[in-house]
Design a protein around this ligand. Structure first.
Ligand code: ZN
Length: 494
């Protein structure tokens, strides 16, 4: 065994040297298109496996057609293996090859997608047309260019916050995953157009609050929508402080900046695609989302990403499942079953995510929001225009199903002061469900309300607040229909 080690090390060393030299000498200057790539070649071990982080080779793989970067030698090798690559573009500038591959011949983003200015202008029009249904508020500003990040509240009386279940949809933590902004904008259109026309939409706006943040990472989204660089994933933070922005791959990964197990997610390497920044909530985009979560207790939320046709939900941590795993998994599976894949072969998959630094563990673990990531589409982040309407329509079906889960089953507790009747922000604890992996949940300050989606059954409930006698209910029966309402009046201790 010992004898073998040295040659192995030498081999590994030499091959890494050669790989480096090959990269330097033979830059991939060709953008090739290959049509009708077989399923086998698309598998993870195959030549054309698409990977979110592979920015050196596969540009896109949409419905069996691959766009790939190659050297002349690699092209010859592909031809020798029987593939029929077409040269789409030749350039020393990798960014230009990506622009051609993802934007198409115009080298600009197709008008099926919108800039942030267009999205907010359209939202302004919708608000002007139905002022009672929608209101806008700023939740923060971007890290680099201090652009406003807007949230929209939609209900039949949107200028006030109501004691109703609240559902959030957001897009574009990752700049190039622009389907998120497209889907959230389409949902906004559907809600405004549907109120008073569509029975289900009318019911939603009469009984729920729906919050929309079409674009979280506004600076990065602008890099992609302006046509500058379709690869841009992170925000546009000038990490090295040289005063120059927009040079790929600078920036911080906004979906690795939340504080739940922050150090376990992403990377410390600023050039890495998942650079988590110098400390949790270092980026203004993350602080904006935190401000929204602190301003309004949310029940359910979705972050749209691309790609993979899968829903990630919180969580499996080693072998430990999150306290609400069964309920969240049931909802995720129900939503996923509504969303047909691009190739029509089935519906979206579900998978429990890990509990680190991304949006969903933080929203769930720290704020009690049943949050999930929906990875829309497959094989690209910036999709060709012809497939976009289909992805949007399918994901609106998923959103529709998700919103219906805001009607329970679950427990809706209203906590108030037994003497004054004032609402109280108290700890609302299910000790036989919760564990120490998540923060305790509280009723909200404004209404004294705490809602929790649960499977039907009996629950042990403890409601407590300093200065008041703790209330314990040993048998709270949660029915299988709608919200089980419970009033808890806390008596002040003398
Ligand atoms: Zn993403």
């Amino acid at each position: 065994m010992r004898i073998l080690i040295l040659p192995l090390i030498l081999c590994a060393f030499l091959s890494s040297v050669f790989a480096t030299r090959a990269d330097e000498k033979q830059k991939r200057t060709l953008l090739l298109e290959i049509l009708d790539v077989s399923a086998g070649e698309q598998q993870s071990e195959g030549t054309f496996a698409y990977n979110d982080y592979n920015r050196k080779r596969i540009v896109s793989l949409v419905l069996n057609d691959v766009m790939i970067l190659a050297t002349p030698a690699e092209m010859a090798e592909l031809q020798a293996r029987g593939f029929k690559p077409t040269i789409v573009m030749e350039s020393d500038d990798t960014r230009q090859l990506y622009r051609r591959g993802l934007y198409g011949p115009s080298m600009k983003l197709d008008s099926v997608y919108q800039s942030y200015a267009q999205i907010t202008a359209r939202a302004d029009e919708l608000m002007a047309s139905r002022p009672e249904l929608m209101t806008r508020f700023q939740i923060g500003e971007t890290s680099q260019f201090k652009q406003p990040i807007y949230a929209y509240r939609l209900s039949n009386d949107a200028h006030q916050v109501h004691d109703r279940p609240a559902v959030l949809f957001n897009g574009c933590h990752h700049a190039d995953e622009i389907m998120g902004a497209t889907i959230v904008s389409a949902l906004m259109e559907k809600l405004i157009a549907g109120y008073g026309e569509d029975e289900q939409v009318t019911k939603w706006l009469d009984t729920l609050e729906i919050y929309l943040v079409p674009v979280v990472n506004v600076d990065g989204h602008n890099i992609v929508t302006s046509g500058h660089d379709p690869r841009w994933r992170k925000n546009v933070r000038d990490v090295n402080g040289d005063g120059i922005t927009g040079v790929y791959p600078e920036g911080v990964d906004v979906n690795r900046g939340y504080s739940f197990n922050w150090a376990m997610g992403g990377t410390n390497d600023p050039s890495g695609p998942s650079y988590r920044g110098p400390y949790p909530f270092s980026q203004a985009e993350n602080r904006a989302m935190r401000a929204l979560a602190d301003q309004r207790q949310l029940l359910l939320s979705v972050s749209y990403h691309s790609q993979g046709e899968v829903i990630y939900y919180p969580w499996v941590w080693g072998k430990m499942k999150s306290p609400d795993h069964k309920v969240i998994e049931r909802i995720a599976a129900d939503v996923a079953g509504q969303i047909t894949q691009m190739d029509g072969s089935g519906t979206y998959a579900i998978a429990p995510g890990g509990p680190s630094s991304q949006s969903y563990p933080w929203f769930y673990g720290r704020r009690g929001v049943m949050d999930m990531i929906i990875e829309t589409g497959r094989g690209s982040h910036v999709f060709p225009p012809e497939v976009v309407p289909g992805i949007v329509a399918e994901n609106l079906k998923g959103a529709t199903r998700l919103i219906e889960h805001a009607y329970g089953p679950g427990l809706s507790v209203k906590v108030s002061d037994a003497v004054t009747g004032d609402p109280l922000k108290a700890q609302v604890w299910l000790p036989r469900v919760d564990n120490e992996s998540i923060d305790r949940r509280f009723s909200d300050e404004q209404f004294g309300r705490a809602r929790r989606l649960l499977d039907p059954g009996n629950y042990y409930l403890v409601v407590s607040l300093e200065g008041y006698a703790t209330e314990v209910r040993t048998e709270v029966a949660v029915s299988d229909e709608g919200w089980t309402e419970l009033e808890i009046k806390l008596t002040p201790e003398s």
